[in-house]
Design a protein around this ligand. Structure first.
Ligand code: ADP
Ligand code: MG
Length: 262
């Protein structure tokens, strides 16, 4: 199986000068294969966001190597980060990160425009992806408009963020708590959409979540504890409900702090 992402003994330590070091990520090795839908779970402070930030070159590692599509990203020069991200990665954040002064269509097209794609192909691609995600009829709206702040629902905005992440057909989609700001109905819709995209377009997705329901849509889950890998489980032939119960069992093992897991 071909891997899209490979981590070798990745460490990210913060602080040091004053003596107290935080080992946010402490020696993680893992691979994500092409087409996998993987979740990373763990309690608050276990290093999930730090790990994702190192993979996305938002943060640099203290030690170890990360390869994305066989390129060692710990060797990329800072001036080349933005172009690496545009070519290889798609992002979905908890708070959508859509630009309020651009229409939904412009938000989705932005990376293609920056990559200097041909204008007629841009429109075609945006419409195709909007149809897939069921947001064709809101393309001309703005994410936020002073007078009508609720014109688009959280769920609609997050599907727009999905379209924006997918438009470049990136090697890897990184999602940090994508359902964190959604109600349960919109969460389910988004997760069904993400798993649909994963199956039909073979998009590789790595999602950080504290929510067992969200994680149960993935094929594989990695659990972090204190910056280290604690456990790994696979959905296999299990139903989503069975997998959900297995996740709850592991979270209990992890410390039983379900209420605090975030
Ligand atoms: P999670 O996303 O799992 O909640 P984080 O990756 O945000 O965890 O944080 C892991 C640990 O690293 C925590 O102890 C946090 O306080 C620390 N940390 C994260 N970012 C920084 C930073 N920029 N400077 C110092 N410590 C940080
Ligand atoms: Mg986090």
């Amino acid at each position: 199986m071909e891997h899209i992402l490979k981590l070798e003994q990745v460490k990210k330590y913060y602080g040091g000068a004053a003596g107290n070091i935080t080992k946010a990520v402490d020696g993680i090795s893992m691979e994500v294969n092409k087409g996998e839908f993987t979740a990373i779970m763990g309690a608050s402070g276990s290093g999930k966001t730090t790990l994702l930030n190192c993979i996305s070159t938002i943060d640099t590692v203290t030690a170890g190597h990360i390869t994305v599509n066989h390129q060692d990203i710990t060797k990329i020069k800072e001036k080349d980060f933005a172009s690496f991200r545009r070519k290889n990665l798609g992002f979905i954040f908890q708070d959508f990160n859509l630009l309020d002064t651009l229409t939904i269509e412009e938000n989705i097209s932005l990376s293609l425009i920056i990559n200097k794609a041909n204008p007629s192909s841009i429109e075609q691609r945006v419409h195709a992806i909007a149809d897939k995600l069921g947001i064709r009829d809101i393309l001309s709206k703005f994410p936020y408009c002073g007078y009508f702040p609720y014109e688009l629902s959280g769920g609609q905005k997050q599907r727009c963020a999905c379209a924006r992440a997918l438009i470049n057909e990136p090697n890897l989609i990184l999602a940090d708590e994508p359902t964190g700001a959604l109600d349960s109905r919109s969460s389910r819709l988004l997760l069904e959409t993400m798993s649909d995209i994963n199956r039909k377009m073979h998009t590789t997705i790595l999602m950080v979540t504290h929510d067992p329901f969200s994680a149960s849509f993935c094929e594989r889950i990695l659990f972090l504890k204190d910056g280290k890998l604690f456990n790994e489980i696979f959905k296999g032939e299990k139903s989503r409900k069975e997998f959900f119960n297995e996740i709850l069992d592991i979270l209990t093992l992890l410390g039983g702090e379900l209420g605090n897991v975030r």
